[in-house]
Design a protein around this ligand. Structure first.
Ligand code: HEC
Length: 442
């Protein structure tokens, strides 16, 4: 089967071995009427077996032969009946399904899975009063702005030597913001439950909201080096952590793949923009080719969930923090863990590199700095990594962000505070997000 597909690829010049685009079309254009519960024309397209069974007029797919497959034939303008009944698919979309049948109609249940029929319906109420955890922080590429997600709001601060100055705040969505990222052109993206918001560069104006196809909380966002696209991680806890490539201008999801069997807690891009690294609740850290969604390597990084993960500036080292209360540094090339700090008092919720040091936010409210996480040998193997507690909050710290040079570091807490330090470990900021006002505003 594989060989046949590869040959078809070479002959037609179309990459038809990848079933994901076809799955997406079936899900968005067909499953509404051809599911287990609807099965119009006696046809169910929810599984490969059901599709091959056909409808009330018989087989609908002849593998390898789109010309003889009603599933493709009925898409043509003028077909009777015409599918979908009230819409003409574009020539491109028809080609996707046609080439997919030509390639053998390979199935990808994971790509088809999050369809409207199986995604749990959820009615979001207002957030409980006083529930405003800071779950996401991002420093702008020039280091002069800090974006924060706090409760259902997004806030932008100016980073000054004297401390944080609030520039703008806006309600992003109904529920808690889980992720924020700068797009590099001054615009911002935020993610929450089944929703990504693109914000304009000035004054936090919503440019676009993307809700389609997202299955659950958007836990991580990473802009791609080649502009105009952002990687979105979402998914159902304990089931599937998805990575999606979103085109910012249209909100269209170009590609999605299942990356983990659980939530994707962190995501990072290598400097060349070619590889995305994901950390999951399934204990794994995985590496993926951005262009194809192909997995290139994985390590079982921790004994329990990997909650935090970050690449250093040149992409040679990875730091991970786990619910197992361990912090580890990895050599990206060899996949070996070069440093392991274990037996710490609390889970590491988030980690970041800044100026060669690692900063880690813990579940018992500490912001730790590790200034020396190089691999040591022999007698020094019980190294502490030159550990220093910069600050302690009364409640858990959920997220951390830093300037690349480490001159400022920020952490966000469960009770809605943003705390910040300078390179010397001196505390510069302590912002109560509920109370802070726009600088110079009313
Ligand atoms: C709005 C509902 C609706 C949508 C959306 C829809 N269909 Fe249908 N489909 C039908 C109905 C109704 C029939 C039966 C038509 C008839 O027999 O006249 C049917 C019949 C078919 C049949 C023939 C089954 C048989 O054995 O008679 C095929 C093949 C088919 N659809 C494929 C598709 C594909 C592929 C898509 C998506 C690109 C799609 N349909 C989208 C309603 C829909």
């Amino acid at each position: 089967m594989r060989v046949v597909i590869l040959m078809t690829v070479m002959v037609s010049g179309v990459a038809c071995a990848d079933p994901v685009p076809a799955m997406r079309l079936l899900r968005s254009q067909c499953l509404g009427c051809h599911s287990e519960s609807k099965h119009k024309g006696g046809l169910v397209l929810g599984s490969r077996e059901a599709m091959l069974k056909g409808g009330s007029s018989g087989a609908v797919v002849k593998e390898g032969k789109p010309e003889e497959s009603p599933l493709v034939g009925l898409l043509a303008a003028g077909a009777d009946p015409h599918m979908p009944p009230k819409r003409q698919l574009t020539a491109e979309e028809v080609a996707v399904l046609s080439e997919w049948v030509r390639g053998g109609a390979e199935w990808d249940a994971a790509a088809l899975a999050p369809d409207a029929a199986t995604v749990r319906p959820v009615t979001l109420g207002a957030l409980p009063a006083g529930y405003r955890p800071v779950m996401a922080l991002a420093v702008s590429p020039d280091g002069m702005r800090l974006a924060a997600g706090c409760g259902n709001e997004v806030l932008v601060f100016g980073v000054t030597d004297g401390g944080l100055e609030l520039k703008a705040r806006a309600v992003a969505q109904m529920d808690a913001v889980q992720s924020v990222a700068w797009l590099g052109d001054g615009r911002l993206v935020s993610g929450a439950f089944r929703r990504v918001v693109v914000w304009g560069a000035e004054g936090l104006v919503k440019e676009r909201e993307v809700t389609e196809e997202l299955t659950d909380r958007v836990t991580a966002l990473v802009p791609l080096v080649e502009g105009g696209r952002v990687l979105v991680a979402d998914g159902l806890a304990g089931e599937a952590g998805m990575v999606r490539v979103m085109e910012v201008a249209t909100g269209g999801l170009e590609r999605s793949w299942k990356a983990h069997d659980d939530t994707v807690f962190a995501m990072a891009l290598t400097g060349d923009g070619k590889t995305v690294v994901t950390a999951g609740g399934d204990k794994f850290v995985k590496f993926w080719e951005v262009g194809s969604g192909r997995e290139t390597m994985r390590v079982e990084a921790h004994g329990t969930q990997v909650l935090g993960m970050a690449l250093n500036g040149d992409g040679t080292q990875l730091v991970t923090g786990g619910a197992d209360r361990q912090l580890k540094v990895w050599d990206v090339k060899t996949r070996e863990s070069t440093v392991t700090l274990s037996g710490k008092p609390a889970a590491f919720n988030a980690v970041v590199w800044g100026g060669g040091a690692v900063y880690a936010a813990t579940d018992d409210g500490a912001l730790m700095r590790y200034g020396d996480l190089k691999a040591h040998t022999g007698a020094q193997s019980s190294e502490t990594g030159n550990e220093k507690a910069l600050g302690r909050s009364g409640t858990a710290l959920y997220c951390v962000a830093a300037r690349a040079d480490g001159t400022r570091v920020f952490a966000g807490s469960a009770e809605g505070r943003i705390v910040g330090w300078d390179r010397d470990g001196k505390q510069v900021d302590d912002v109560d997000v509920a109370a802070v006002k726009v600088a110079g505003g009313p």
